[in-house]
Design a protein around this ligand. Structure first.
Ligand SMILES: NC(=O)C1=CN([C@@H]2O[C@H](COP(=O)(O)OP(=O)(O)OC[C@H]3O[C@@H](n4cnc5c(N)ncnc54)[C@H](OP(=O)(O)O)[C@@H]3O)[C@@H](O)[C@H]2O)C=CC1
Ligand SMILES: O=C(CO)COP(=O)(O)O
Length: 332
């Protein structure tokens, strides 16, 4: 069924998802906060800075008019970085009607509230029906129609399946779930582990080391995620281990690439400046540490990433401190 959908945020991910939705025959609008960005996107029919080589079909309406992008749409896709989710939701709220579905595709945790992205949207627009879409899905590959699988999560199965139906096609396979907190925490926390995996590569360490980080990383994510109410199976699924694998190993990963630069001696700020696109793990790291404290969960990799990012600890010292922790059983 043809739907009216708006993608709010025209970075790499917003542009790639606009392509998926357009391929599916929907009436698609793509909103950018910046007038100049709208002009360039419209002129080039491509986001040359964030998603080069992926054409935006002529039928996609590119706009900086938030009211018209929100009014009378069947679905809003919030695709701005996590730090802009609250301000964007606040600005959009006057034009969102009762029960309108908003799906968040941003991966982060708000630092001062420890809210997930859908918590924030729900706070700002309590009358919206909020969902999440997450999983191993780099924009560069989705934009090139490479087979990708993700999970749509919502409190009600009906809403999860509504989102599934709108996005699903032969190369973009969508599963449905009701474990929103599990999906969102998996998506946000894997970015911090991917920074650490990048550091391993930047230090010139090996595949064994990276496999260790990924495995112990998903153990940390699962411990915190379950304590926060997520289901164990979700962390073994697409939005958990699936996204962790792609983010720790893909050349497209902003978090991995930033971590690699940090391993080579860049500061966090220098690494973010070099990567140019949003590096969500840097914004989520402190929040993850605070969440771990709140739930009384140990997260040694997250602690060391925080120490390297914000406390001036060297990457080799962080690696050594992880390896020299007291001996323990594998599962606690
Ligand atoms: N890139 C990817 O492969 C994937 C990204 N994600 C997640 O999607 C989210 C967006 O990432 P991505 O598209 O890569 O980001 P990019 O770095 O490509 O783009 C930056 C984004 O910031 C937005 N922005 C800049 N200033 C503002 C503002 N004042 N208010 C609102 N938005 C603003 C831009 O919107 P505008 O165009 O309006 O300027 C643009 O959407 C992140 O949470 C990321 O983790 C999830 C899965 C895959
Ligand atoms: O979430 C992502 C892929 O699923 C994107 O990860 P990066 O932000 O590290 O590129």
């Amino acid at each position: 069924m043809k739907r009216k959908v708006s993608v709010i945020g025209a970075g790499g991910w917003g542009c790639a998802l606009a392509c998926v939705l357009c391929d599916n025959g929907h009436d698609v609008a793509l909103w950018s906060a910046l007038q100049e960005e709208v002009r360039l996107l419209d002129e080039n029919r491509e986001n040359k800075a964030k998603l080069p080589g992926v054409r935006l079909a002529d039928s996609i309406l590119i706009t900086d008019d938030l009211p018209s992008a929100c009014k009378d749409r069947d679905l809003l896709v919030f695709a701005v970085p996590s730090v802009f989710i609250r301000s964007t939701a606040k600005s959009a709220s006057p034009w969102v009607r009762e029960g309108q579905v908003i799906v968040s595709v941003a991966k982060g945790i708000e630092e001062n509230t420890l809210n997930t992205m859908t918590d924030i949207i729900k706070e700002e627009i309590p009358w919206a029906d909020v969902a999440v879409l997450s999983g191993p899905s780099h924009a560069e590959e989705v934009g090139r129609r490479m087979p990708t699988t993700v999970v749509a999560g919502a409190r009600s199965d009906a809403t999860a399946r509504f989102v599934q139906d709108i996005f699903m096609n032969d190369v973009f396979r969508v599963y449905a779930s009701q474990d929103m907190i599990g999906i969102e925490l998996g998506g946000a926390l894997k970015n911090i582990i991917a920074l650490a995996a990048g550091v391993v590569d930047g230090l010139g360490l090996g595949d064994n080391t990276k496999a260790a980080l990924m495995t112990r990383g998903i153990a940390e994510i699962t411990r915190l995620g379950q304590a926060a109410g997520g289901c164990q199976e979700t962390f073994a699924g697409l939005s958990g281990i699936g996204d962790l694998i792609v983010t720790c190993t893909s050349r497209h990963s902003r978090n991995h690439n930033a971590g690699e630069l940090i391993g080579k001696g860049y500061t966090a700020q220098q690494a973010m400046d070099e990567v140019k696109m949003v590096v969500e793990g840097v914004y989520s790291a402190r929040a993850a540490k605070k969440l771990a404290k709140k739930y009384g969960v140990t997260m040694p990799i997250v602690d060391e990433v925080n120490a390297v990012l914000f406390e001036g600890k060297s990457a080799p010292d962080a690696m050594n401190d992880l390896l020299r922790r007291e001996r323990k059983g594998e599962f606690g």
